[in-house]
Design a protein around this ligand. Structure first.
Ligand code: ACO
Length: 313
């Protein structure tokens, strides 16, 4: 049995905000943001937008591309740090209602930016156990709602977006699908990145940066060892899009060329758990990502959490 990717979808709020737009409101410059992060723009939600709506749009996009009806979906997992409600209903339940996927089990997953890859592994396990055919795994984030717009060292980093993949349990496919996973957490680092009740996102940028480079390097190395892959065997490294410098430093430590690492934070900023699926959508739309290609993914985030996986698209 293989759990394969059938399709990927994305959704963005309408409002695009460039670094120059931000520099009119806070004490920053396009030059600083680009040179420290690689970010050029981000999309920001209007007050009337909801996170579950954005997630539902991304799921609809994936279902439409796959030609699969929402009523065939057995499971919806929504990774998010910005649920519409406090605890319940989950975003996944709201998304189920919006897309009319009445036969799906639904829950939200809280693993910050690592949540999309956590979600893939959870979905694969549940699909195998219940012999379910289809699952939607979505990363949906309205980080602008928890951003401290008076803190220039964090507010320039984040953007709003949702990305979703439709997974299929397919016994015919041998050469495609999900491979090895690594999931983990370092709770001792919870103090470096948090969002207290009623508060705003707070981050020790240097501590998170050090953790990120170390763990991304380790995840990629360990996954490739597990699957017996060389740099040559991997088509792309599709990692969490937090900061261009983190990915470049990780590639350097691994001794890998940078050209297989995908970057899209220039257009979207850091969209937390939405960043990997929206990258997959864009790569497919560009004709860059083709069936059967080998991808290594790695992510890190608040918790501090980390996750990674190897898959054949
Ligand atoms: N514009 C202009 N100047 C700024 C800005 C800004 N937006 N922000 C900070 N500065 C200034 C600081 O005040 C400081 O000035 P000083 O030297 O006069 O005191 C100077 O720039 C350098 O600040 P640093 O914090 O040392 O800058 P650094 O090079 O470390 O970059 C950054 C900061 C980008 C946050 C970096 O630490 C980083 O990327 N950390 C990891 C963050 C991350 O990935 N977070 C996401 C984790 S999980 C998730 O995705 C939700």
């Amino acid at each position: 049995m293989s759990i394969i990717f059938r399709a990927a979808g994305k959704a963005l709020p309408a409002q695009r905000c460039t670094n120059d737009d931000l520099s009119k409101k806070i004490d920053t410059t396009d030059e600083w943001i680009r040179s420290h992060t690689g970010i050029g723009a981000r999309y920001l939600a209007e007050e009337t937008d909801t996170c579950s709506d954005l997630g539902a749009q991304a799921c609809r996009d994936a279902l439409k591309k796959a030609g699969v009806s929402a009523s065939e979906v057995n499971l919806i997992i929504c990774s998010t740090a910005t649920t519409d409600y406090n605890g319940f209903p989950s975003n996944a339940c709201l998304m189920q209602e919006a897309i009319e996927a009445e036969n799906a089990a639904c829950f939200d997953l809280s693993a910050a930016c690592s949540g999309f890859v956590y979600g893939l592994d959870c979905a694969a396990g549940l699909m195998a156990r219940h012999n379910w055919k289809y699952a939607l795994v979505c990363g949906a984030e309205l980080l602008s709602r928890i951003t401290d717009w008076t803190d220039r060292s964090t507010c320039v980093l984040f953007g709003d977006a949702a990305g979703a993949v439709l997974l299929e349990n397919n016994s015919e496919e041998k050469a495609r699908g999900l491979g090895s996973f690594i999931l983990g957490a370092q709770g001792t680092g919870s103090k470096y990145l948090y969002n207290k009740y009623g508060g705003k996102l707070t981050m020790d940028g240097h501590a998170v940066y050090d953790f990120a480079v170390g763990i991304m390097t380790k995840i990629i190395k360990d996954l490739m060892e597990k699957e017996n892959l060389t740099e040559h065997d991997v088509d792309f490294f599709v990692c969490h899009q937090a900061n261009e410098r983190i990915l470049k430093a990780s590639a350097k430590r691994l001794g890998f060329k940078i050209d297989k690492f995908i970057f899209n934070m220039e257009e979207y900023g850091n969209t937390s758990s939405a960043s990997i699926p929206i990258t997959l959508v864009d790569m497919e739309e560009r004709g860059q990502l083709k069936k059967g290609m080998t991808v290594v993914s790695a992510a890190f985030g608040g918790g501090l959490t980390y996750s990674g996986c190897v898959f054949r698209w």
